[in-house]
Write a protein that binds this ligand. Structure first.
Ligand code: FES
Length: 131
């Protein structure tokens, strides 16, 4: 897989005991499958127990080979699937995964907890220092 969406399965809806991560995984997988050619076939959606964004449930991360990583918070499976699918399509076509907040769809403009450059940047800097 070249692209991955990781969803926290431990986040609780604010003020409740409900953990909607598995519901979010199911709905996002279905929505990506329905999106057809708008989303490359190599997008996987999976869960993880916690991504240290616990104050902003649910958290969702986008990663890709040689691409920036994003962590989004405040994601609701009832209202935000469309924005997540739109960003998957956008992210898949960005060669380094980098985009500014104003270019992201809907809620993802304001719910970004982190944007981390691709690891290849750090590796190249290490090689330059060594030579
Ligand atoms: S419990 Fe979801 S990020 Fe920590």
């Amino acid at each position: 897989m070249e692209h991955q969406i990781t969803i926290c399965t431990s986040c609780r809806h604010t003020g409740t005991e409900c953990r909607p991560g598995y519901q979010l995984i199911k709905r996002l997988r279905e929505a990506i499958a329905l999106a057809g050619d708008a989303i490359p076939q190599d997008f996987a959606v999976s869960g993880v127990a916690c991504m240290a964004g616990c104050d902003r449930p649910c958290t969702v991360a986008y990663h890709g080979t040689r691409k920036a990583t994003y962590l989004f918070g405040d994601i609701d499976p009832e209202t935000d699937i469309e924005d997540l699918v739109a960003f998957a399509g956008q992210y898949a076509h960005l060669h380094d995964g980098w985009c500014s907040s104003c270019d992201r769809p809907g809620k993802l403009r304001k719910s970004t907890l982190a944007r981390v450059p691709a690891a290849i940047v750090a590796i190249e800097e290490s090689k330059a220092k060594a030579s």
